[in-house]
Design a protein around this ligand. Sequence first.
Ligand code: GAL
Length: 767
Amino acid sequence: MKQPLNFDWNYLDDFNEAYLKELPNNKRVINIPHNIFDVPYNYFSEKDYQKVVTYEKLFDVNEDIKDKKCILHFEGFMLQADIYLNDINLGHFVSGYLPVKIDVSEVIKQKGNRLVVILDSKEDPLVPPFGYAVDYLTFSGIYREVSLEVHPKIYLDNIYVHGDMNGNIEIQYDAVGGIVEPTFQLFDQDKKLIESEIPNFSISNPTLWDINNPYLYTMRIVVPNEVYEIKFGFKSQEFKEDGFYLNGKKLKLVGLNRHQCYAYVGYAMPKSMQIDDAKKLKELGVNLVRTSHYPQSEHFLNALDEIGLLYVNEIPGWQHISKDEIWRNHYYDFVKRMVLKERGHTSLIAHGVRIDESQDDHELYSKGNEIAHSLDKYHQTLGVRNFKNSEILEDVYGYNDFSCANLKHGVDNPKSVKTKHKPYLITEYMGHMQPHKPTTDISMLQHVALRHLRVLNDARKYEQISGTIGWCFVDYYTHVDFGSGDHLCNHGVLDLYRNPKYAAFSYMSQQDEKPVLEVLTNMRPGDFKEASYQDIFVLTNADRVDLYKNDEFAASFYPDKKKYKYLKHPPVQVLDVLGETFKDERFNKKEALKLAKIFSYGGIYGFNNLKPTQALYVALMYIKHHLSWSDLVDLWNTHISTWGGYAKTFTFKAIKDDKVIIEKTIRPSHRFHMNYDYDRNILLNEETYDVLPIRVSFVDEDDNVMKYANKAIDIKVEGNAELIGPNMQTLLGGQITLYIKSKKGPGQAKVIISSELETKEIELEVK
Ligand code: GAL
């Protein structure tokens, strides 16, 4: 039996010995997951949340505890705590990113329990990832759920069900408190397939778990007075020297790195938001995520199992290795606890046991690898470094390849990395090589999108590269030593509010599930130097893009298979904004098309930048058709006139199998409105509160997000929910996400969003 203990904790922002007896009246009631205070979007101090605080939970146990084992289960708190139950000191516990389970059978009472947690979130140099500078914030609080487990006197812990592609099953577990002989029942949905007394058996022709069909079976493990239900899939994976294999078939891995922080609350987000991130990654079309740089929420990992997204995990750390024994013992302990927590996830393909980008350390990593292998023989280990020719004690050579210096070079030749004949995975690229704020120039956002594609393209050139994992999924909070001094690293393909930058479409455009068409510019010459359009790129998974100018067909453009020959869907470059719309009786069709291209080139890159051959052709036309200079000016003004004429309407149509699958219009906009995107009106309190994201964007009549809209919005939430973050916010790059958090339910709530345009009310129900 699991009894969630998440609602109605008492909390105080400090600690005093007297609190061990009783909390004073100024305590606040809070719910878990909890952060000790909301950090602003940017500019604050990480010192402010590093302190010792006190939590108290008063509770009764719902189930009869006589002759039972009672285990307190903390999914995660930052960083360490002294925990007391009914005035008894249970000990000192380090969590950080890993669960803490405490046997409280001897101290718990049926009714009237008082649990006190004295939590210290200071960065302790003796616990990884701390000891030196770290490029991410670790926040504070009991930020993952808490529960009480009530088991029979003899129960099972650390259950691991493993199924391979040949239908072989092995079940491991620790029997705590005595010896039991469990019965294992394999279920396919509601149908019992097999019952076994031994933990190794097989079935024939299982439906395999795959990224396109993440099929899960259920193993029921029956012991006296208790049944455990474990979901798992039949799947085999292997990194080999020539690439990665899933169920015996080669699969090029395309992934992104994920930090688990969110705006304002840091790490403290409940199940629904963890699932939301998993879904967002899947929608981006990637097949892999790296939980950089620490073990992440079980809700997130369960979602990966359910939706078919592979992952590699990683122990807490960042670049630094300490010589101190205490620190090193924490590292060993963290490897053990991470492997025990995560080995049963079907979506897992390797255990990341080396501290990200650390130096070689034979002793530390020999032992780290040994611990992982001894607990899990079915998953290889991965070690991530940022230098070539490093000692490799892991099964997979992970390398952060930041050689992507420009649009001409994506990745280094794997031979130069000296991977010592180990399987090879590029675990990071981009990131600090080109930070890009959601509010930055359009040309920069476009440049970053193309650089991601350059890496994906170049990595495909080399068979031995198992795959690539981009840095990173979302913008993240960081220490003052990194980012722009504002405590943000803008390396994400999505911003901190999970709204897309152009680079998100670099990934989305490589899948075929959903049509994609993203124009990587706003087609407003006034936004660029010399009043020119500058590079026009379109990301799409269609066969071609047809361009219309003022509703008239101009020209067709095709994916650039020359520069991006290994990509499934290369970017499409638009080099002619006039095409067949350039009509003038003085020229024949051929001449008109050629002039259209030349004028377009001038419009895109500036008239002064015409190539000599283009200038020559214009001169030729000038002479042949007895044009005057004024005629030329007139032609320019009529057709291009980036500065001095009416703005044009451009429509981009993505064509696949001769059908328009998606289109986008960019016109001189006259009508604007606020968009409110949310996918439900119900907040569902289960083991704890729920959070609903509402995306607010300022769009024009064609639903294009107006990137420069910095509208202020004022948000009020009434009734049974509350707003996360400040009541007044501004759009960031034309959009923002509001996070609405349920209070203990049930009840009604209303969100009122006011801007200079309107007041919008959204009714919600908390169940
Ligand atoms: C890497 C590091 C990441 C992040 C990234 C930024 O060196 O592993 O955590 O800092 O750089 O590009």
